[in-house]
Design a protein around this ligand. Structure first.
Ligand code: PMP
Length: 285
């Protein structure tokens, strides 16, 4: 079955789906994106993802290319046409096509929109969660507005590649004060020896993950102790548990940081329980 992409109003086979070479996403990474988990063919937390999309667009002064209702139809239709049961739907909106010039294009230039979807390997993901993953640390070298979900991801690409080359799943950015900000494509968490769950406060220095927001709801509902603050790499090394969250990975236990085992070196109880219960707190549409 050939995969189908939605590109500026048309559903096309992936091989025929393309954007203009003067698209500002291609030229300047002048655009934003969202990734939603798809579960049983339905979108997870669409409402929250669309709210964050609106925020990212408005921070960059890019117009929303269609009504939220139409966009929802397109997202579901791309999932349906690709027969995604468990996987992701990807949405990208850029400032559109215009002769290359750094400043904004003429008013009225239509934003470009692309939607794709694909299945993920559910069994593989569950195995990975059961084993836990390794992370490495890398210096934070991104701009100061990573709360905007921009497609400008070069530092994230390099960090992820460094992780891969060291046999790790993720790279954690560490700021100049030695504090972890977040992963290259996930939010970072630890559980301290005395059972407090810690994740960085959602300021401009991290992406306010939708999975993070839902996990905060789950923690509150379960009466677990939470501290929304930055934690250092030293604290992470001394932690009882660590984990990462993102829409495509849900909650993934971290068992090694920079080659050193976390806790007893096995996935933690809190992380594993959060992964198991996550969809109880998420919305399906
Ligand atoms: N931080 C970064 C840098 C990310 O790329 C992602 C994944 N998009 C996240 C955090 C997690 O966000 P979410 O839970 O919304 O997928």
């Amino acid at each position: 079955m050939s995969r189908i992409a939605y590109v500026n109003g048309r559903y096309l086979p992936l091989a025929a789906a393309s954007v203009n070479v003067e698209d500002r996403g291609y030229q300047f990474s002048d655009g934003v994106y969202e990734v939603c988990e798809v579960r049983d063919g339905r979108l997870v937390d669409e409402r929250r993802h669309m709210a964050r999309l609106k925020f990212s667009l408005s921070e960059l002064r890019i117009a929303m290319p269609m009504s939220p209702a139409s966009l929802s139809v397109v997202l579901h239709e791309v999932v349906r046409r690709n027969r995604v049961r468990w996987g992701i739907v990807y949405l990208q909106i850029t400032r559109g096509v215009s002769r290359r010039d750094h400043a904004f294009p003429p008013a009225g230039t239509a934003p470009s929109i692309v939607v794709t979807a694909r299945n993920l390997d559910l069994a593989g993901a569950e195995k990975m969660a059961g084993d836990g993953v390794a992370v490495i640390s890398v210096p934070e070298n991104r701009w100061e507005r990573v709360d905007i979900k921009s497609v400008s991801l070069l530092p994230n690409v390099l960090a992820k590649q460094a992780a891969r080359e060291q046999g790790a799943r993720e790279a954690w950015f560490v700021d100049r004060d030695g504090r972890v900000t977040e992963g290259s494509s996930s939010n970072a968490w630890i559980v301290t020896r005395d059972g407090k769950v810690v994740t960085r406060q959602a300021d401009h220095g991290i992406l306010k993950g939708i999975t993070r927001t839902v996990v905060l709801d789950a923690l509150a509902a379960q009466g677990l102790k939470l501290e929304e603050r930055a934690f250092t790499l030293e604290e992470a090394h001394a932690a009882r548990e660590a984990f990462i969250t993102s829409a495509s990975q849900i909650v993934l236990p971290v068992v090694k940081i920079d080659g050193r085992p976390v806790g007893n070196g096995a996935p933690g109880l809190i992380a594993s329980a959060l992964r198991r219960d996550f969809h109880h707190y998420a919305e399906l549409s």
